[in-house]
Design a protein around this ligand. Structure first.
Ligand SMILES: [Zn+2]
Length: 267
C-alpha cells in the first residue's frame, strides 16, 4: 500500500462524500489499512470536504495515535473492528447519505433484488442494529453480517462500506445511496419490479466470474413480489409482477401480500 496514494485517496473520497451531501458538518470518517498494524484515518472534528494530507492521522490496531497532529476519528474503533474481522479489507468509509439513512431510520433494509449492478457489487445491504456512535457498541451488531456483506445500513445512524482500497469502499457508498434513491422513487411511483431467481442467478454467475464476494443468497427473492394493478373493470387489486412473471396470485397469496404490505407500512 502506497502511503502517499492512500492519503490522496482519503482526501479525495472526503471531498466527494461532502460534495455529494453524504455527510453534514464534521460527520463521517474514512480510513485505510496501510500496514498490518497501521491505520491511516481522517481526524475527528473536521469537515471531510476540505481535508489536507497533513490533517490525516496514523494509529495502530488499538486505535492509539502513532503519527499526526490531530486526534483520530471517533469511529476508529468500528474501522479497526472491520479490519480485524475482514483481513481482506483495506479501506472503510462511514457516512450519513440522506436517502439510505432514511431507510436505516425507517427500518427498511436494502435487500431487494432490483438493480443488476447492486446484486453484482454488493448483493444486498442489511440494517445493523443500533449502537451508540463513537463507542464499542456500534461494532458488535455488525459481526453477524461482516463476513458476507461489504455495505451496511446502521440503524438510526448512517451507512458503512468496506473495500479493497479507499476508492473501492467509496464507490460502494455511492452505489448504496444511488440504490436507495432509485428505490425511493420507484416506491413513490407505486412499487418496484423485482428480478426473479433465474435473473439473479445470472448476475451471481457474473459476480463469481469477476471474483467478487457477496452474500448467498445474493438478495431477497420473495415468493410473491407484489405491485399495484387494476382488473379489466378498473378495480384496484394486487397481482404479482416480476421481470418475467405477471401471473395472478392465489387468494392465499393475496392475503399474504396484503399482510406483508400492511406490516411494511407499520414498520
Ligand atoms: Zn456516523
Amino acid at each position: 500500500m502506497n502511503l502517499h496514494q492512500a492519503k490522496l485517496d482519503i482526501v479525495e473520497a472526503g471531498r466527494r462524500v461532502y460534495e455529494r451531501g453524504f455527510v453534514a458538518s464534521n460527520d463521517g470518517n474514512i480510513s485505510c489499512r496501510i500496514e498490518e498494524d497501521r491505520i491511516l484515518t481522517t481526524p475527528t472534528g473536521m469537515s471531510k470536504g476540505f481535508l489536507k494530507v497533513e490533517d490525516l492521522c496514523i494509529t495502530d490496531m488499538d486505535g492509539t495515535l502513532v503519527s499526526g497532529q490531530k486526534r483520530p476519528s471517533s469511529e476508529i474503533g468500528m474501522h479497526i473492528f472491520l479490519y480485524r474481522e475482514r483481513p481482506d479489507v483495506r479501506a472503510v468509509v462511514h457516512a450519513h447519505p440522506p436517502t439510505a439513512t432514511g431507510f436505516a431510520v425507517a427500518g427498511v433494509p436494502l435487500t431487494m433484488c432490483v438493480l443488476p449492478e447492486v446484486v453484482i457489487t454488493l448483493g444486498a445491504i442489511p440494517i445493523v442494529e443500533y449502537g451508540t456512535p463513537g463507542g464499542p457498541e456500534i461494532s458488535e451488531p455488525i459481526r453477524q453480517y461482516v463476513k458476507d456483506y461489504d455495505a451496511y445500513l446502521l440503524e438510526n445512524h448512517g451507512a458503512t462500506t468496506i473495500g479493497s482500497d479507499v476508492m473501492n469502499a467509496y464507490y460502494k457508498m455511492e452505489t448504496l445511496e444511488h440504490f436507495a434513491k432509485i428505490l425511493f422513487v420507484a416506491q413513490q411511483l407505486g412499487g418496484y419490479n423485482e428480478l426473479n431467481a433465474e435473473q439473479v442467478d445470472k448476475l451471481v454467475a457474473i459476480r463469481n466470474r469477476m471474483g467478487l464476494r457477496g452474500p448467498d443468497p445474493a438478495c431477497d427473492i420473495p415468493d410473491a413480489p407484489a405491485t399495484q394493478s387494476t382488473t379489466n373493470d378498473g378495480i384496484p387489486t394486487i397481482r404479482t409482477l416480476s421481470a418475467s412473471d405477471t401471473a395472478q396470485t392465489s387468494q392465499d397469496d393475496l392475503i399474504g401480500e396484503i399482510t406483508r404490505r400492511v406490516m411494511e407500512e407499520l414498520k
